[in-house]
Design a protein around this ligand. Structure first.
Ligand code: 13P
Length: 251
């Protein structure tokens, strides 16, 4: 059975006091969960304190972005080995906010994915279409290009050490969730494309859904056969909501 994962993406939110309060509640709220993984991807400066808080709990942690370069004169960048120094398990690569606001293209995202894996981090590779692309009927083509960029550089087998997150851009932070059927359709498309190259990698790949996942819609999304959890933005900052979403994995 493939692994299910709920990961919180805090984005640029939080402070030491709030983070501690949130994590105390989350750790207590998910301590009884079995067969499901929970993680939080937090802003860089908080990774050391989050590590202290979450060590010896069943919640993992990770970064929201990472440099594709190992080291060097890259002012402001953070390397994969730096994330590893603080025992990150995951790192998000190719989030749509990185792609659109910070101009990361498929090539850069693929390089980040490879760098993450080389350091022993599990990349959470985000893919997804804009509303215009959906309306133009090019969703599958866009997703295929985003996945193919990674597969061409790293090989299809690399997906056995990665997580894919389908995040339709029109659903991120808008309160407009993809319907379970809409999301399932794209998840199945992703899995089928990978299965054509390696059936067992496809079968075992965790594919999360992200985009306005809330406490009141998580269960119906996670009930779909190809949706293996979620990447949660806004609702991951509200302990009760995030805990409810984590528990929805087991229903
Ligand atoms: P929201 O859950 O706030 O829509 O954000 C989703 C997201 O971008 C997670 O990476």
């Amino acid at each position: 059975m493939r692994k299910k994962l709920v990961a919180g993406n805090w984005k640029m939110h939080g402070n030491l006091a709030e983070n501690n309060k949130l994590l105390d509640a989350v750790v207590a709220g998910v301590s009884g969960l079995r067969d499901a993984s929970v993680a939080v991807c937090v802003p860089y400066p908080y990774i050391p304190s989050v590590q202290v808080k979450l060590s010896d709990t069943n919640v993992s942690w990770g970064g929201q972005n990472v440099s594709q370069y190992d080291k060097g004169a890259y002012t402001g960048e953070v390397s994969t080995t730096m994330l590893k120094d603080f025992c990150c398990t995951y790192v998000i690569v190719g989030h749509s906010e990185r792609r659109t606001i910070f101009n990361e293209n498929n090539k850069i995202v693929a390089e980040k994915y490879v760098a993450a894996q080389n350091a022993g981090l599990i990349p959470i590779l985000c893919v997804g279409e804009t509303l215009e692309q959906r309306e133009a009927g090019t969703t599958e083509q866009i997703i295929e290009e985003q996945i193919n960029a990674v597969v061409s550089l790293a090989g299809v087998d690399s997906l056995s050490k990665a997580v894919v997150a389908y995040e339709p851009i029109w659903a991120i932070g808008t309160g407009k969730t993809a319907s379970p059927q809409q999301a399932q359709e794209v998840h199945a498309f992703i899995r089928k494309g990978i299965a054509a190259q390696n059936a067992s990698v496809a079968e075992n790949l965790t594919i999360q859904y992200g985009g306005s996942v809330k406490a009141n819609n998580a269960a119906e999304l996670f009930a779909m056969p190809d949706i293996d959890g979620g990447l949660i933005g806004g609702a991951s900052l509200i302990s009760g909501d995030f805990i409810t979403i984590c528990h929805a994995l087991q229903n």
